[in-house]
Ligand binder design. Structure first.
Ligand code: PHE
Ligand code: ZN
Ligand code: ZN
Ligand code: ZN
Ligand code: CA
Length: 295
């Protein structure tokens, strides 16, 4: 699997920040900064050879958009999806939440193109609208999948907040192996979890499980039985002393003090966390997407 260039991921974050700056300071559903964000992502994917769709939906009297990008090839009956929400709250530019996940999966998709990857699975990337208003874009997508199309999707990987300034290294606990909180999820979620944990283990970073409770866009997928996984570096939760020992950073402080605030700017990013998570995404896409025989 490739090493995703951190500089490229950060360049996307700078672009999303500029889009917010030019559009009233945010990239929220129904605001011009959202559509500009969607057009930015879509333009790069089109130029890289993806087949893209701008799927529109209505929520709260405003039009929302999902950007869906298919990489030509792979087994159409064995689809791996990778997604992140592209919208933010109205309070700020939404760079960690969720420019980070959006930029990390974007650069992974662009790496697929640069390498002319020929995966065994069919790869589909998604940037969701209106997550912040209740997972509206991803729910719309799943609700409108014909049954046959839904059955082709064998896994979904979600990335929401992967550059938190006081980062933790959380992996969705798809099998609820820690016995805490929600889960287990659909069979197959545990394998996705283990693939992601395997990457962090290989770079010497310990992970912890985080509740598989549907608090991001994987929720609508697991609700219909599609296995899912993903990573998270923390939001409003407070880093414990044990977690600070494990990962560094500041105990007694939120993983992201700027969560849903105006200060969620390009300054609100931990480069090491963003770099490791982008590489974890690529590891998962390459490992799962190119497996022979397919897994
Ligand atoms: N979905 C939350 C948000 O966008 C963030 C979050 C992601 C919380 C994953 C918990 C787990 O605000
Ligand atoms: Zn949020
Ligand atoms: Zn989010
Ligand atoms: Zn687990
Ligand atoms: Ca658990």
């Amino acid at each position: 699997p490739p090493d995703i260039p951190l500089a490229n991921v950060k360049a996307h974050l700078a672009q999303l920040q500029s889009i917010a700056n030019a559009n009233g300071g945010n990239r929220a559903h129904g605001r011009p900064g959202y559509l500009a964000s969607a057009n930015y992502v879509r333009g790069l994917l089109d130029a890289a050879g993806f087949t893209t769709t701008l799927q529109s939906f209505t929520y709260n009297g405003a039009t929302g958009y999902n950007v869906i990008a298919d990489w030509p090839g792979g087994n159409p009956d064995d689809v791996l999806m990778v997604g992140a929400h592209l919208d933010g709250v109205t309070a700020g530019p939404g760079i960690n939440d969720n420019g980070s996940g959006s930029a990390a999966i974007l650069e992974t998709a662009l790496e697929v193109s640069r390498q002319s990857l020929q995966p065994t699975k069919h790869l589909r990337f998604a940037w969701w609208g209106a997550e912040e208003l209740g997972l509206r874009g991803s729910q719309f997508y799943v609700n409108n999948l014909p049954a046959a199309e839904r059955a082709r999707i064998k896994g979904y990987l979600n990335f929401d907040m992967v550059g938190s300034p006081n980062a933790g290294y959380f992996v969705y606990d798809g099998d609820n192996s820690d016995g805490v909180g929600a889960g287990p999820g659909p069979a197959g979620s545990a394998a996705l979890e283990q693939t992601i944990i395997g990457y962090f283990t290989s770079i010497g970073v310990q992970t912890r499980g985080t509740d598989f409770d549907g608090r991001s866009d994987y929720g609508p997928f697991i609700a219909v039985g599609i296995p899912a996984g993903g990573t998270f570096t923390g939001a409003e939760g407070i880093k414990s002393a044990a977690q600070a020992t494990l990962w560094g950073g500041t105990a007694g402080q939120a993983f992201d003090v700027c969560y849903h605030r105006a200060c969620d700017t390009t300054a609100n990013i931990n480069d090491t966390a963003l770099d490791r998570n982008a590489d974890a995404i690529a590891h998962a896409v390459w490992t799962i997407g190119t497996a022979v025989p397919p897994v």
